[in-house]
Design a protein around this ligand. Structure first.
Ligand SMILES: Nc1nc2c(ncn2[C@@H]2O[C@H](COP(=O)(O)OP(=O)(O)OP(=O)(O)O)[C@@H](O)[C@H]2O)c(=O)[nH]1
Ligand SMILES: [Mg+2]
Length: 334
């Protein structure tokens, strides 16, 4: 009989030391694989994860699930994450996770209206924080209303799916659930059923991977910086003449615009430098921006640009950039 790891859902094995699911103990006694043990205790891994076949996960869920909660964290709202949400054909709710990092001045109902309109979403949208245990009961209210006994929790890696399941488990059973959570991409490796009570089972699922080289890196220190830990403190740069901004010496912007302002909604830990002299020669992307638009950097966040202008950008992965009408509408959602 096979036994699965409590932390990541992978089948445990004690044959292949370098393979997923390896545990040095007798499998009968084991609870976690070695990879989960290392993530939990040392926050590190040395076993690569499987490339995630997102169409397989979606087709399984579309066949099996009666209800899906799809998590997207506030800084990761973009066409790629929303289009995955739309591939789910069962009844579903979009959950904007980690709302504890959204600045208080932003009106969530306005963001919700914007998402419905701009991304053409007809489903429920909830804002939750598993860390601060905010709004979690609304998830259960939906399940009770819809009379659903099993719900799948889906989304991109690091959206907070496993943290949400652990938080709900704790809230409803007063004991700890022990699914492994971490910033390491693809912490959860397979489906995990978590019985909350006789009427409710939640199913954790492996996260999708953004088509973003910043995420497909072994450089966990960059991923740690990308992840906001507290309220975002948006930084505004007033632009009156040719100005250059660069994020972490990886993304370079050239802004040639008078009386414009750019506000960065990124993790506070990312380093942004401003200068009036370019430190690079060429730019590989030229964006024509309309009044009050957001430049999205997939996986990182976005930059709100007040006035129409042309912005040149240099980065190794131009495909992670997209432009949308400001998520705050005309009044910054305030
Ligand atoms: N600020 C904040 N951070 C959160 C919240 N929920 C999860 N996180 C953090 O986000 C990171 C990823 O959380 P996980 O629950 O492992 O994410 P996941 O979606 O299960 O990721 P995969 O298993 O890789 O698909 C962890 O560092 C969590 O502590 C939240 O509500 N607020
Ligand atoms: Mg997980």
């Amino acid at each position: 009989m096979t036994k699965k790891c409590l932390g990541c859902g992978i089948t445990l094995q004690n044959v292949d030391k370098l393979g997923l699911g390896y545990c040095p103990k007798d499998i009968k006694e084991a609870i976690y694989c070695e990879r989960c043990f290392k993530i939990i205790h040392y926050n590190k891994i040395d076993v690569g994860t499987l490339p995630k076949d997102s169409s397989r996960i979606i087709s399984i869920v579309n066949k099996r699930a009666l209800y899906v909660f799809f998590l997207i964290d506030f800084l990761n709202i973009n066409s790629e994450t929303i289009s995955k949400f739309k591939e789910i054909t069962t009844p579903k709710t979009l959950i904007i996770s980690k709302c504890d990092v959204i600045p208080k001045s932003i009106k969530l109902n306005k963001v919700s209206d914007y998402l419905k309109k701009e991304y053409d979403i007809a489903d429920n949208i909830l804002f939750i924080s598993s860390k601060k245990v905010k709004n979690l009961s609304s998830i259960v209210n939906i399940l009770e209303k819809e009379k659903v006994k099993t719900a799948y929790i889906m989304g991109f890696t690091n959206a907070g799916k496993s943290t949400l399941i652990n938080a709900l488990y704790e809230k409803y059973t007063s004991s700890k659930s022990r699914i492994t959570t971490s910033l390491i991409p693809n912490t959860t490796l397979d489906f995990i059923n978590v019985k909350i009570n006789d009427d409710l089972t939640l199913v954790d699922t492996p996260g999708f991977v953004l088509d973003n080289p910043l995420y497909q890196t072994d450089d966990i220190s960059l991923i740690k910086k990308m992840e906001p830990k507290n309220y975002l403190k948006p930084i505004t740069y007033q632009c009156n003449k040719l100005m250059y901004l660069n994020i972490e010496d990886r993304i370079f912007l050239k802004i040639n615009s008078k009386s414009n302002s750019l506000t960065f909604y990124l993790s506070n830990e990312l380093n942004i430098k401003k200068s009036f002299k370019s430190c690079i020669k060429d730019y590989n992307l030229k964006l024509e921006i309309d009044d009050n638009s957001d430049i999205i950097i997939k996986g990182l966040g976005f930059i709100n640009v007040k006035k129409a202008t042309t912005i040149e950008i240099m980065l190794d992965e131009p495909e992670i950039i997209e432009v949308r009408k400001s998520i705050f509408g005309d009044d910054k959602g305030k």
